[in-house]
Design a protein around this ligand. Structure first.
Ligand code: SF4
Ligand code: SF4
Length: 328
């Protein structure tokens, strides 16, 4: 595959603003801003083909006043493109739910770390009951309209303080009648995120004994296993973007076929790049060829085994460096 191909997989950060206050969130330390609708429109209009757009970043997408205008534009320009969203689930009002269904969103993952209201509030600064009511409303209207999408699941950040409760999250998943599966990821260790953790949050990075306990919980909880498997069976933004042959040399799929767009309207290689102006490829509605050239140069650099500072700590970059060293 040419390394200069325009992206078919876009992850777009509608906003860095959020109504929650999670202690692990890098977004609260970034400039608080919304992606400009005109810049978004020019970006989408400049592309010939899009397979999947995921609207998520370091803020709450549903806070963007033009989110549905963006989705409608996507639907008009690329009717077959899949649209997915990761949300904190607190803004599923009747109006938003109706618009999400009208825009034919394919998948919604609701982020949470605990199914216990007090723990949820302590970690996220929001109310679990409101999230539960919103999800129930969404599924009720979806059913009433005879729709099968969006699939709705949970996105769980595993914290040391709450990972023992993942079985309860699976119970809540079943209680609410969700069908999008559960995806789990440990609290991010990369410097781009960890630099914002205070001492208490840093203590939430998983240790080997936590991983052992989590694996034992999964082994003993059939419902949790089924929800995790369900997530693995449904094509999602990452499984589509990362799809490759096991015989291929390690590469960065973001740089080959994806692009991240920050709320400031900057193109970057992926969502790990938090200083978009400094480490990105330029504004998305600027010089498109220059942006693609910079993206291609970044891929060549990684293929040569040189890991730029912004990719430090990324497993993909480490594998590419190891491979480049081996074939030298
Ligand atoms: S809900 Fe998401 S965007 Fe909002 S503070 Fe928490 S991690 Fe950040
Ligand atoms: S190698 Fe760099 S650009 Fe690719 S996913 Fe990792 S951090 Fe992002």
């Amino acid at each position: 595959m040419s390394c200069c191909q325009p992206p078919r997989y876009l992850q777009i950060e509608p906003t860095t603003r959020c109504n929650f206050t999670c202690g692990f969130c890098a977004g609260r330390h970034l400039v608080q801003q919304d992606l400009d609708l005109a810049a978004f429109t020019r970006l989408v209009d400049g592309l010939d083909d899009l397979a999947h757009v995921e609207l998520q970043g370091e803020g709450e997408p549903l806070l963007h006043p033009d989110l549905f205008a963006m989705m409608r534009h996507l639907r008009t320009r690329f009717p077959a493109a899949r649209i997915s969203l990761i949300t904190n689930g607190s803004l599923f009002t009747a109006e938003n739910v109706a618009a999400l269904l009208e825009c034919r969103v394919d998948s919604l993952m609701v982020s949470l770390e605990s199914a216990d209201s007090d723990t949820f509030r302590a970690i996220r600064g929001g109310r679990l009951e409101r999230v539960k009511r919103g999800i129930a409303l969404l599924l009720e209207l979806r059913r009433a309209l005879g729709l099968e999408r969006p699939l709705v699941g949970f996105a769980v950040t595993l914290l040391r303080q709450s990972c023992d409760g993942i079985g309860d999250i699976a119970s809540l998943y079943r209680e609410l009648g969700l069908d999008g599966g559960i995806m789990m990821q440990p609290l991010q260790k990369m410097e781009a995120y960890a630099r914002y953790y205070d001492t208490a949050m840093a203590a939430n990075l998983l240790q080997p004994d936590d991983v052992g306990r989590i694996n034992r919980i999964i082994a003993s909880d059939g419902g949790l296993r089924a929800a995790l498997q369900r997530y693995g069976q449904i094509p999602n933004f990452y499984s589509e973007l990362y799809a490759r042959s096991s015989a291929d040399p390690p590469t960065c799929p973001w740089l080959e076929r994806g692009l991240f767009v920050s709320a400031g309207g900057q193109a970057t290689s992926c969502c790990y790049i938090k200083h978009a102006e400094q480490d990105g490829f330029g504004p998305v509605d600027g010089n498109w060829q220059q942006m693609l050239d910079r993206r291609a140069a970044a891929l060549e650099q990684l293929r040569a085994g040189n890991v730029p500072g912004q990719c430090s700590g990324c497993g993909l970059a480490a594998r590419m460096r190891q491979y480049a060293t081996q074939i030298r």
